[in-house]
Ligand binder design. Structure first.
Ligand SMILES: *Cc1c(COP(=O)(O)O)cnc(C)c1O
Length: 434
């Protein structure tokens, strides 16, 4: 078994010994040790909320302390001195991130936070002109994105009800069909300025086909952008090769960089030297060689960094750097392999829950996707939903609750175990059988 990273469902067994054996043979088994796992009643939690706030790795405190020490030793000279040279600190983040989202390092910038960055990207990539003023997005996008759309559209003097086209799931379904997205893009082909979807819907866990949506947007002359909050650090992305125009994400979910961590943005290099593109400027986006001459006239850095405005928080950079180091050490391919196995085992355990019950007790909203594996599974509880959720919490299983009757869980490859998954399934079964 040790030479296999991908397990077929037929090979699985629903027993704690089997789960422990999978853990013993896990190529990434040492990584859990690098994290601080919260406890309940003296027992480590089964933490399935990596999609909400990823756990803290032990190196984060060290890396933040390093900045505090540099500040103490150098004062403002820390921007130019010491091992880190805060002025260039950004490069230490762009490189590992570029592997995680499939971009060139110069297409990445780490700045602000997610909703702020979405607004900034809209400044550059949403240019309503006459009839071509519409935006296509998914219905029930994350609330912050909905408010961003609403207020940004009003800022252009337009009416969100007329301009925003939201694609809903069909009646009686949970997921948005890709054909419905592509048909809507086609139908409104001469009215659409921007197509902006999430990479993964936060509620259903649906993974959108970023490449197909991007191609369809480009075919009709629209821009294509993505909110990758639930995708970055979770699924494999190839933002550059898919020719995505822009993408934004937060770093506190799967990227484990701490509450309120710095956000990230991808801006395709084809725009970096584009003079006509609109943007908001600030001194941190100004050409690095001449920034401190403080001259009149905005001269942007000809990379994604040219979209930066303000002096970044070096303390938050430090947390982000430490978190990304763990991804580097694990290696993206290894993480994806473990994620696949963990996800397969999760589905095996989940399917057993239904098959061992007299009637179906859980409906899985998230599709079982063979091609693209995401950590998250959203479960619609057909009976005793709230009761199951609350008892899971008392027993130290951290999941999240969404009205009505949905429990979301996201076992992640860096610090969750096969045993976590088995215990979760076993516990749900025992609660339902009480
Ligand atoms: C988590 C999340 C956000 C949060 O935005 P912040 O500005 O970081 O608070 C926005 N959009 C989506 C899709 C999210 O999942």
């Amino acid at each position: 078994m040790s030479d296999k990273t991908f397990h077929n469902q037929e090979d699985f067994e629903n027993s704690v010994e089997f789960a422990k054996n999978l853990d013993a043979n896990d190529a990434l088994k040492g990584f859990r040790e690098k994290f601080l796992i919260p406890s309940i009643n003296g027992k480590e939690q089964i933490y399935f909320l990596g999609n909400s706030l990823g756990l803290q790795s032990k190196n984060i405190k060290e890396e933040i302390n390093k900045i505090l020490d540099e500040w103490a030793s150098f004062g403002v000279e820390g921007f130019f001195m010491g091992e880190d040279r805060w002025l260039d600190y950004h490069d230490q983040l762009a490189r590992p991130l570029s592997k995680i989202v499939g971009a060139k390092p110069n297409e990445i910038t780490v700045m602000n936070q997610l909703t702020v960055n979405l607004h900034l990207m809209m400044v550059s990539f949403y240019q309503p002109k006459g009839k071509r003023n519409k935006i296509i997005c998914e219905a029930k996008a994350f609330p912050s994105d909905q408010y961003m759309f609403e207020t940004h559209i009003r800022y252009h003097g337009l009416n969100p009800d007329e301009v925003l086209i939201e694609i809903p799931p069909r009646k009686g379904e949970y997921l948005v069909r890709h054909e419905d997205i592509l048909n809507a893009i086609d139908k409104h082909h001469d009215e659409i300025a921007l197509v902006l979807f999430s990479g993964i819907n936060y509620y259903t866990g649906q993974v959108f086909d970023i490449k197909a949506i991007t191609d369809a947007a480009h075919t009709i002359g629209a821009m294509a952008g993505f909110d990758l909050a639930h995708a970055a650090g979770n699924i494999s992305l190839q933002l550059h090769d898919w020719n995505v125009d822009f993408g934004c994400w937060c770093s506190y979910k799967y990227l484990n960089s701490g509450p309120g961590a710095m956000g990230g943005a991808f801006i395709n290099e084809k725009f970096h030297r584009e003079k006509k593109i609109k943007r908001f400027g600030g001194w941190w986006g100004y050409d690095k060689d001449t920034r401190f001459k403080m001259e009149k006239g905005f001269k942007p850095i000809p990379t994604a960094e040219g979209w930066q405005l303000s002096t970044p928080s070096i303390l938050l950079y430090a947390a982000h750097k430490a978190a990304l180091q763990i991804f580097e050490e694990a290696g993206w391919a290894n993480l994806q392999a473990k994620q696949r196995s963990l996800n397969n085992y999760l589905w095996f355990v989940l399917d057993e829950l239904n098959s061992h019950s007299r009637q179906e007790v859980i409906e899985y909203i998230t599709p079982k996707n063979k091609d693209e594996v995401s950590c998250q599974v959203s479960m619609l509880m057909l009976k005793q939903g709230k009761e199951v959720f609350e008892e899971l919490g008392r027993q130290g299983v951290m999941a999240d609750w969404r009205e009505p009757d949905v429990i979301r869980i996201a076992p992640v490859p860096l610090y969750n175990t096969f045993e976590d998954v088995w215990r979760f399934g076993n516990l749900v079964r025992s609660i339902l059988n009480q």
